[in-house]
Design a protein around this ligand. Sequence first.
Ligand SMILES: Nc1ncnc2c1ncn2[C@@H]1O[C@H](COP(=O)(O)OP(=O)(O)OP(=O)(O)O)[C@@H](O)[C@H]1O
Ligand SMILES: [Mg+2]
Length: 401
Amino acid sequence: MFFDYIDEKLSKQLIFKDESKLSINYVPEKLPYRDHAIKRLFQLFKRLLSTGGKISVNVLITGCLGTGKTVVSKRFGLDFEKFCRSKGFSFKYIHINCRERKTIFSVLLRILQQLNVYVPSRGLSPDELLLEVKNYVLNNRKYLLIALDEVDFLIKRRGSAFLYNFARLSEEDLTNRSYLSLILISRDDLIEKFIEKPALSTLMLNKIKLERYSKGQLFNILMARAEEALFKNCISEEIIEMIARLAGPYGDARYAIELLWKSGKEAEANGLNEIKPEHVRKAKSSIYQRYTLNDIISLSNQEKLVLLSIVKALKEKEKPYITTGELKQKYKLICEELGVEPRTHPQIWSYLRELNSIGLIETMQSGKGFRGQTTLIGISEVPILPLERILISSLEGGKTQ
Ligand SMILES: Nc1ncnc2c1ncn2[C@@H]1O[C@H](COP(=O)(O)OP(=O)(O)OP(=O)(O)O)[C@@H](O)[C@H]1O
Ligand SMILES: [Mg+2]
């Protein structure tokens, strides 16, 4: 029958035996090249058990885009929960993405949701919500480990006082038990500079830095993922090598895995059961930026204004780079046009660092042909015209901050 034929065509998976294994939310059992980081987390947090939960352990994980910060923390959280269960220690790991949450209030609300504590979403202050978290841990005698992922978004926009409140949460308890530890995750490894002294000294952060993956490491990560997600013989080692080579300069596992997924999609769209080089080329051209639209939309208005100034100055100059002087001129003009108070020099620098760490811009020191030393700013990974359009429309969208 014709319909049977269509049905069969639709349901026929040519490449993927389990596409979810390539999803960003998937947490693999094994994380090659990150054993060391996970082992170190175990060493640090095992002290909770040996002291009967009397201490808190706070960790800062940093590393560039796609170096496995999120997945390492999640894998550790799952494994450590299991470990604690086997030892009869009541423990819970909670993972919160601060970029999605944006305010301290909604971070706390999310924590309480995950603890199945009902609170009205209006009328309570962050302090009151924090008290609810404290009551929960006291009443349930449960140890909490909260991972605040992309915490730099929160700290840079809302300050760091909330970290102090978190850190102090259990200190005031008369039983002398500590109930809460934190894992802070940030791309910016200078994030500590943004944390106020009292919070920083209370937290006593242990640091773990994840380095970019080499091309060879990406190859092995891709091999393992391809085995889990793709049917046998759908992809050759040569093709995996090709993808690893494309992602190699960035050391970014997310980009590598996304390329693998998109290449598979291209092959399937062509009705083939094998990924060919042309599918990889197409996949590469369809992901022209390593960051997502979400990265741009979730920038603060001021960061968007700085990025827009860079885009406009680059467009006018028709050169690969502009100087910081040129950026500042353009930025001042745009702020005037929009009736916005321009930010100070150090603030502009912090925006540039942020844009750089996302991978939206590149900065470098000037060489020959420039008077004195200046920083050059460029955008090379993405066509600037669509970027300008996205920025203007999202600024018009009127996000506050
Ligand atoms: N060692 C590894 N083995 C297998 N998969 C990995 C490894 N490291 C990272 N990945 C995968 O690469 C992708 C990106 O990792 P992850 O999201 O943890 O990066 P990240 O450092 O948090 O990046 P970002 O700064 O953008 O948040 C995920 O799909 C993750 O599962
Ligand atoms: Mg992450």
